[in-house]
Design a protein around this ligand. Structure first.
Ligand SMILES: CC(C)(COP(=O)(O)OP(=O)(O)OC[C@H]1O[C@@H](n2cnc3c(N)ncnc32)[C@H](O)[C@@H]1OP(=O)(O)O)[C@@H](O)C(=O)NCCC(=O)NCCS
Length: 178
């Protein structure tokens, strides 16, 4: 199990090269899963995935966790903090729930809440930001629900599925986390 942060239905543990699986490879090549991500524009191979995992699991500038279900230890997605500014005490959050059969069960919400509690209470960050495409209502709903506010809108900034869409900057301070 090797849990680092324990939640009600899921736990977060360090990601490693051993997490390179056919399931994970499918997540990052799946058009529906990646429609709100930079990942997915170009096809990924198992070698690409292993190279990425080797990098993020050893890079001191990224803290990335595997999201695993308490019941059965299944690895269903990843969540990370990067782009740290240790003077301003900020970082950026990213999440990918790859196992589509788990969408809509609150796992994204719980994962973000656990990661943000860690960011504020353990890392002593002051604020966490993220970007989200305006074609991702589920993600925007999740972020607003836990206290993120939209701070900026880059108009028609992203080309995806043959249209240009807005990219939103959202942010949350420690005291705003719900
Ligand atoms: C976006 C994502 C993290 C959401 O995770 P999830 O576990 O499915 O979300 P939750 O079950 O915690 O739901 C959070 C809220 O969003 C709502 N929601 C979820 N999917 C939705 C959708 N497609 N449309 C509208 N609302 C949606 C839920 O109803 C819930 O709100 P509620 O409590 O008021 O009912 C997950 O679908 C995912 O990783 N997708 C692929 C990668 C991605 O887009 N990452 C985010 C990039 S910014």
């Amino acid at each position: 199990m090797n849990s680092f942060i324990k939640g009600t239905s899921i736990y977060l543990r360090a990601i490693s090269l051993a997490d390179a699986s056919e399931d994970y490879l499918q997540w990052i090549n799946d058009a529906e899963t990646t429609k709100g991500l930079v990942t997915g524009t170009f096809p990924s191979t198992m070698e690409d995935l292993k190279s990425y995992l080797t990098h993020v699991s050893t890079d001191s500038k990224t803290i990335m966790f595997a999201i695993c279900q308490n019941d059965g230890d299944r690895h269903v997605g990843n969540i990370k903090l990067d782009n740290f500014d240790w003077v301003s005490r900020t970082a950026e959050l990213g999440i990918l729930l790859g196992a589509k059969d788990t969408w809509g069960q609150g796992i994204g919400t719980e994962s973000c809440q656990l990661l943000l509690s860690y960011a504020f209470e353990e890392l002593n960050l002051r604020k966490v930001s993220l970007t989200v495409y305006d074609n991702n209502p589920g993600a925007i709903r999740l972020y607003e629900k836990i206290g993120f506010q939209t701070e900026g809108r880059l108009r028609k900034h992203i080309f995806a599925n043959d249209v240009y869409i807005d990219k939103l900057w959202m942010g949350i301070f420690k005291e705003e986390l719900k």
